[in-house]
Structures are given as structure tokens and as C-alpha cells.
Design a protein around this ligand. Structure first.
Ligand code: PRF
Ligand code: ZN
Length: 370
């Protein structure tokens, strides 16, 4: 993987860049649609490509449990298995395993957990996470970390983040596939000194890219922005920075302004399946009765395939009748909306008008969107 910064904003820390993987060149800042189970729910890879996606995220935890990474390896890797020729990033399993709550036990060696599918007992360590990710064959892979829940005491976060750093070292040592790029993940909860220590320790290990993890876990958004304010400047300027699990328009703008290059989030695809779409004027719950006779597009300002061809009334009908086409159409539109927003943001950084563009965007979109 190669990364090059192209242009720095003058009035904030935003930058544009190019990220080159064995599966293509990605303009940053970039949004990665989530394909947890080797599919971005309801869409074919062809459709994803047409929407403009260049890189998607998939999950080690889910693919290890089902169908099993050996099967995906046998298929020729994740790209071939799912017929996606673009880039892929796999998350390490750290986050998913820790979301299981009662079902897991953390030790220095690794994490023992029960499958959410059949209750069977499993163990993932930094080494096994890397091995699974090596079998899956994604372009970018992530270190095995603990995503600390919110709120957490200083004592808990200190012990956890120190262990995550030792795990990062073990991941780095175990990773030998040069075609895959390993990113480190900064943790540390909302404690400044622990975030700083985590960032410094990981940077001294010289990863090819850095993620900021442990945010968007229930803390007020202002706290997340504050953590980014002091954490991102500690990360090397010439390497990509990835804010994990964040993808609402407001958090994307705030992250980019603070120097973030990569985002992923289930938000656009998940709300789509519940009948909510992004529009230039904010979120719209197209399922609502108010749209029964609304023969205008989801977003009159959008030029996606859905907005050029279908009405709110039709899509509302499909969703309420449980027709799968309904959620396919809202998913296509929402991803297009977010990916084209990223494109506009990149142009705004290049043109030197990002902060003006942000103001203009939220004046219409509204500020209270979660
Ligand atoms: N660690 C990992 N994956 C993640 C996170 C994390 O902290 C988050 C936090 N929002 C999302 N996905 N490995
Ligand atoms: Zn649209």
C-alpha cells in the first residue's frame, strides 16, 4: 500500500490524498460501506461499483464463524469469494468480540467467547486474528484491540489500553504478508494521557496506517471531537488515519476537519433497511404515511439511479409491503448520497473552501442529525 497527501487545507487540518492498494487507487477522505458478512447487504458488487464505492469493510469475527476463513481461503480469498474487485479492509474482530458482553472473557493471551450463532466456544488472539485476516486476504487489515466500553474508569482503561498496545506489538510481529497492510488502533477512552500514550507507543512501532478506535461508543459527540483534537496531531502526517465506526454526516465533517482520512459505518445501510434516507434537507422517513402520494424522488437534488427513476410513494409502498426492492433502493440512494458527499468534500478541500461548504451543507441538512 502507498499513501500520498495531495493537498492540505489552510484553515483546518483536512487533507486530500491517494491510497493505493493492490486493488486500486482510492481518493481520500473516503467512506467505506460495511459488508460485514462478505456482502454490503442487498447490493451486488456491480451496483456498489456504480455507486462509486472503491473500498469496503468486512469483519473477521463474522467470517471466521461463518462460513469459516478456510473456506474463503479455498475460494481464492475474500475478493474472489464475493466477486468484488475493489479494495477491502477487514476489522480484526476486536470490536465484535467485545460487543458480546456476557459471552466473553479477556486474558493477556486473547479472548474466549461464545458464538452468537450457535453458542460454541472460540478463542481469538492477536496471532489468530492476523492469521484469519491473512486467509481472508483483505488489502488492509487491523490490529486486534479492545474497544473499551463507555463509560469506563481510568483504572480499567489504563489496563486495557496497555494490553491493546502489547497486542498490537504481537500483531505486527506475526504479520508477514507484504501484500496486506496492517494498521494500528489507538485506544484510551476519553482520557487524554492514555490516548497520548497509546498514540505514541503505536507510532513508535511504525505501522503503515493508524486508526482511532473506541469512539462513537455512546459518549457525547463533543467528547469524540475533543479526543480527535489531541490525538490526530500525534499521528504521522504521511500515513492514513482511520476513524472506526463513524459515518454520520456531521461526524464525518468534524473528523475530516481534524485530519481523518477514512471512515466506515453501518449507518447509511442500516437506516436504509429501516426506511430512512438521507436528503440534502436532512433525514426523511420514507415509510411514513406522509409520502403515500408523494411522487417526487427521495431527494430532488440527488442524481443517483434511484432518484432518477423512482418516487417516494413507490418506495414507501415497497417497504411497507416488505418487498426487498424497497430496501435495495434506499440502500443504493443512501450510499450514493454519502459517497457523493465525500466527493464534494474532497473537491472542497482541493478548492480551499471546506469550512464554507460545511456551513452551507448543514444550513440545509440541519444540525441535530445524530
Ligand atoms: N476497534 C475495532 N473496530 C471498531 C472499533 C474499535 O474501537 C470501533 C469503535 N467505534 C468500531 N469498530 N477493532
Ligand atoms: Zn438518490
Amino acid at each position: 500500500m502507498k499513501f500520498k497527501v495531495l493537498k492540505w487545507a489552510e484553515d483546518c487540518k483536512a487533507r486530500t490524498g491517494l491510497l493505493e492498494t493492490p486493488h486500486g487507487i482510492i481518493e481520500t477522505p473516503v467512506f467505506m460501506p460495511v459488508g460485514t458478512q462478505a456482502t454490503v447487504k442487498t447490493l451486488t458488487p456491480d451496483e456498489l461499483e456504480q455507486i462509486g464505492a472503491k473500498i469496503i469493510l468486512s469483519n473477521t469475527y463474522h467470517l471466521y464463524l461463518r462460513p469459516g476463513h478456510r473456506i474463503i481461503e479455498e475460494a481464492g480469498g475474500l475478493h474472489r469469494f464475493m466477486n468484488w474487485e475493489g479494495s477491502i479492509l477487514t476489522d480484526s474482530g476486536g470490536y465484535q468480540v467485545f460487543s458480546l458482553g456476557e459471552l466473553r472473557e479477556i486474558r493477556e493471551e486473547g479472548v474466549t467467547f461464545r458464538s452468537h450463532i450457535d453458542g460454541s466456544l472460540h478463542f481469538i488472539s492477536p496471532e489468530t486474528s492476523i492469521e484469519i485476516q491473512n486467509s481472508l486476504g483483505a488489502d488492509i487489515i487491523m490490529a486486534f484491540d479492545e474497544c473499551i466500553p463507555y463509560p469506563a474508569t481510568y483504572e480499567y482503561v489504563k489496563n486495557s489500553v496497555e494490553r491493546t498496545t502489547r497486542w498490537a506489538e504481537r500483531c505486527k510481529k506475526h504479520h508477514k504478508n507484504e501484500k496486506q497492510t496492517l494498521f494500528g488502533i489507538v485506544q484510551g477512552g476519553l482520557y487524554k494521557d492514555l490516548r497520548e500514550k497509546s498514540a505514541r507507543d503505536l507510532v513508535s512501532m511504525d505501522f503503515k496506517g493508524y486508526a482511532v478506535g473506541g469512539l462513537s461508543v455512546g459518549e457525547p459527540k463533543e467528547h469524540m471531537y475533543e479526543v480527535l483534537d489531541y490525538t490526530v496531531p500525534l499521528l504521522p502526517e504521511d500515513k492514513p488515519r482511520y476513524l472506526m465506526g463513524v459515518g454520520s454526516p456531521d461526524a464525518i465533517f468534524e473528523g475530516i476537519i481534524r485530519g481523518i482520512d477514512m471512515f466506515d459505518c453501518v449507518l447509511p445501510t442500516r437506516i436504509a433497511r429501516h426506511g430512512t434516507v438521507f436528503t440534502a434537507r436532512g433525514r426523511l422517513v420514507v415509510k411514513n404515511a406522509a409520502y403515500a402520494r408523494d411522487f417526487s424522488p427521495l431527494d430532488p437534488e440527488c442524481d443517483c439511479y434511484v432518484c432518477k427513476n423512482y418516487t417516494r410513494a413507490y418506495i414507501r409502498h415497497l417497504i411497507n409491503a416488505n418487498e426487498v426492492l424497497g430496501i435495495r433502493l434506499t440502500t443504493i440512494h443512501n450510499l450514493y448520497f454519502l459517497l457523493s458527499l465525500m466527493e464534494k468534500i474532497r473537491r472542497a478541500i482541493e478548492g480551499g473552501y471546506l469550512l464554507e461548504f460545511k456551513q452551507e451543507f448543514f444550513k440545509k441538512f440541519g444540525y441535530d442529525q445524530g
